[in-house]
Write a new protein. Structure first.
Length: 315
């Protein structure tokens, strides 16, 4: 506690001394660094490393991660390494990734490695990761044949069965149980007849899913989608690949067999990767008849199987 001074000068001197003393107490000493707790990392910023990406598709698996200068490719029991220097471009086509290799000759088609039926989100992330690591090249600079840089890795590729394989195996197992049950409880001849009926049904389902979806997109998207002109981008072994840009500036690709240098496409605004060409009247009728035929085949095959199973169980 500070007593009150008698004179004005003493009061000013006391105030100055107290101010100087408080500044000395609260200010850090010159040349002394403030203490930092090494266990506290709240203010530290780190750059996240690239995750190890696995792109698993119907017939191939691609792997790429931080610190790698190549893409690991697993297909048909073989493992190969595709160096980044051998990659000209990597493209995402919905649920498909195409890794296009460099070529030394402009008139020679480039080799393309493709993964089909992968996750759309995984495809987008995989393409972005590989694009970020590709070496910079001059547009008109010399190229080497990327296929010559691809090396094989000893050891088979360890790849589990895909969902389609598991679904097909489960379907065959169910049909086998039904056929055996009908053959034992009724007549052995059904062990031969029912598999043909079930094969007919599966073929009809495939026809409905493939052509039915194409017909649906071909009828709906030109009326309710956004129509653009797609440019021919490159060729594969059996199709032409076209590129188009959506309303948000995203780049997409579309495969077609009979197109020219340009192709009129209509894409879904909610899913720009889903596109279709305008169908002619002949194409509409042919696809509709084939879809109806597939529906009839599926109903006949499944109906006969179910009917024979019910009759066999009733005795």
């Amino acid at each position: 506690m500070v007593s009150r001074a008698r004179g004005g000068n003493e009061t000013n001197v006391t105030h100055i001394l107290l101010t100087a003393e408080e500044a000395t107490v609260h200010a850090p000493a010159v040349g002394v660094q403030p203490f930092a707790d090494r266990n506290c990392h709240t203010d530290m910023t780190t750059t996240p490393s690239l995750p190890s990406l696995v792109l698993r598709g119907r017939s191939a698996t691609a792997r790429f991660g931080d610190g790698l200068d190549y893409v690991r490719w697993e297909q048909d029991g073989r493992v190969t390494r595709i160096p980044l220097e051998a990659i000209e471009e990597v493209r995402g086509l919905g649920r498909t990734v195409e890794v296009m290799l460099t070529t030394a000759q402009t008139d020679r088609p480039a080799s393309v490695y493709a993964v089909h039926d992968a996750s759309a989100a995984a495809v987008s992330m995989f393409c972005a990761a590989v694009h970020a690591r590709l070496p910079e090249r001059a547009p008109e600079g010399p190229r080497v044949d990327g296929e010559d840089l691809v090396t094989a890795v000893s050891g088979p590729a360890r790849r589990g069965p895909s969902r389609r394989v598991l679904l097909g195996a489960a379907t065959i197992a169910v049909f086998a149980v039904i056929d055996v049950t009908v053959g034992v409880l009724r007549e052995p001849g059904w062990l031969i007849a029912l598999p043909f009926a079930q094969l007919l049904a599966c073929t009809g389902v495939f026809m409905m899913l493939t052509l039915g979806r194409g017909l649906y997109d071909g009828l709906r998207l030109p009326k309710h989608g956004i129509t653009v002109m797609a440019e021919l981008d490159h060729y594969t072994n059996n199709t032409q690949v076209y590129r188009y840009t959506d309303h948000d500036g995203g780049l997409h690709f579309y495969q077609d067999v009979t197109g020219g240098e340009q192709l009129e496409l209509s894409y879904d605004p909610g899913n720009p990767s889903r596109a279709a060409t305008r169908l002619s009247l002949y194409s509409r009728i042919a696809m509709a008849l084939t879809t109806v035929l597939g529906l009839c085949m599926a109903c006949a095959g499944f109906g006969l199987t179910g009917y024979q199973l019910v009759v066999a169980l009733r005795g």
